[in-house]
Design a protein around this ligand. Structure first.
Ligand SMILES: [Zn+2]
Length: 480
């Protein structure tokens, strides 16, 4: 009898603890773009996972009242350059739980992963950098901390077959170190021949990895138009079999953005694995001493010196000031006003477009990209439904990442068994606050943010001294 009592007590307490969650998000509007769930539910989180989604109340050590708020998968930003804590902080207030350096790639994957291990508030990861590999093959490694080379022989000259072989060797070892693909900023290395580009795509295909690319050229001047650049990478994807992601189609294709998008659509209709992204701002931003500003840029982009603006001071450049900064070894970033609001407004709602920020300090896209889409296109212009906007920020980038790692199948979803990377926001108030004058102003409207089940933003405030961000690494990394 005593034994039976003890047994039932143990059974009852273990059942109780089985129903106890670490955190419960109670009564929010739960939205999941993959299953289409859009209903008031309770979400139970345990050991970093979304363990239960239920209509009935759940018991938790911490219960958060989410009534009136949207509970969605945390946003995945495939295109984030600034990886320091100040930028991660503003990303978190913008609803982002994963921010990856995919366009260009960290100069050294192992070092990047080591530096961020234990020091990251949101998840991180990187591609293998073609530009770093090319700089090494030319004997001029990138300066510490830089991801873009200064314009010079390593960017402007053709590579020999031996140098291409060296780049391939380097990229293979970077993929072995955990890279999520090959980042290929072709415009930053105008000396790369068409064959070199195809060779790098072939290397990616051999490694079963996608290529993320900033294409060869922008604008309408032929040869070298955005249309031709789009043909080049779609061709290389077709020839090699490597999946292709074209970054910031808005800032490369400019006035021809919709035409470039129809090329992507055509390639997909013919069975090619081609995807793309955009950010909701009319200005771009990059390093002024890079090869993007080699002679001919004004004709190519259809802009002049005065359309280049220094982010810190708002100074519009003149020819003399441009020459000084372009020739400097000091890497100054510059805003490039080359696009129109009409183009951006036509691009963002298109179903092929993922939202990705191209985040860099000095440009408001770093802090405001995702909230801006929710405020301007869902709430104000009403050209996107909330579910469709969330799909562009969560499921689509997660599915893109699945080409590099099976771990991505647990990302970008609000489903039982998925990683508890979750954003809880007010759809009536979520807004970007960052401007070209104040680019690091955090967005408003995110009440809670959970990263790997840990509460990072709590009732609108950042929790200090927690570092729930983890590396997302490719299948090349041993043990993955
Ligand atoms: Zn770019």
């Amino acid at each position: 009898m005593r034994n039976f009592l003890l047994f039932s007590l143990l059974l009852t307490s273990s059942l109780l603890s089985a129903q106890q969650y670490d955190v419960v998000l109670e009564g929010g509007r739960v939205m999941d773009p993959e299953t289409g769930l859009d209903a008031v539910r309770n979400v139970g989180i345990r050991e970093g996972k979304t363990a239960k989604i239920s209509e009935t109340p759940l018991a938790g050590r911490r219960v958060v009242n989410a009534a009136g708020l949207v509970v969605a998968p945390g946003f995945i930003d495939l295109h984030q350059h600034a990886q320091g804590l100040a930028s991660q902080r503003v990303k978190a207030f913008d609803g982002v739980t994963t921010a990856l350096e995919m366009e260009i790639g960290a100069a050294d994957v192992a070092q990047f992963l080591k530096e961020k291990d234990g020091h990251s508030i949101i998840h991180y990861g990187t591609t293998a950098s073609y530009l770093s590999a090319r700089s090494l093959a030319f004997g001029t490694p990138l300066p510490a901390g830089a991801i873009l080379p200064k314009s010079g022989p390593a960017t402007d000259e053709h590579a020999t077959p031996e140098q291409i072989a060296q780049m391939e060797k380097r990229l293979r070892s970077e993929i072995d170190a955990g890279a999520l693909g090959v980042g290929m900023g072709i415009e930053y290395a105008p000396g790369s021949t068409r064959l070199e580009v195809i060779d790098i795509f072939r290397l990616a295909a051999e490694q079963k990895m996608p290529v993320y690319t900033h294409m060869r050229s922008a604008g309408r001047v032929e040869p070298g138009s955005a249309i031709q650049s789009t043909e080049e990478v779609i061709g290389a994807a077709a020839i090699s079999g490597a999946p292709l992601h074209i970054v910031h189609i808005n800032s490369t294709c400019l006035k021809d953005s919709l035409e470039c998008l129809s090329m992507v659509q055509g390639a997909r209709a013919r069975g090619l694995d081609v995807t793309t992204e955009a950010y909701p701002y009319i200005a771009g931003m990059t390093a002024i001493n890079s090869a993007i500003f080699n002679s001919g840029w004004r004709e190519k982009l259809g802009i002049d010196y005065g359309d280049l603006v220094l982010p810190d001071t708002g100074e519009h450049l003149t020819k003399a000031r441009f020459d000084e900064l372009h020739n400097s070894t000091n890497q100054q970033f510059v805003l490039i006003f080359a696009n129109t609001q009409e183009i951006i407004d036509a691009l963002i709602p298109n179903p092929l477009i993922m939202i990705a920020s191209d985040g860099l300090e000095g440009h408001p896209r770093n802090a405001g990209c995702f909230s801006r889409v929710l405020a301007q296109y869902v709430r104000e212009k009403k050209t996107l439904t909330l579910m469709e906007a969330l799909r562009k920020m969560t499921l689509m980038p997660a599915q893109m990442l699945e080409r590099s790692t099976p771990a991505a199948r647990r990302k970008g979803r609000l489903q039982e068994g998925a990683d508890a990377d979750l954003v809880v926001f007010d759809p009536q108030t979520i807004s970007d606050r960052a401007t070209f004058q104040k680019p690091m102003e955090p967005s408003v409207g995110v009440h809670y943010l959970l990263v790997g089940g840990m509460v990072l933003i709590d009732d609108g405030k950042m929790v200090d001294s927690v570092f729930p961000g983890r590396a997302i690494v490719g299948t090349g990394k041993a043990g993955q």
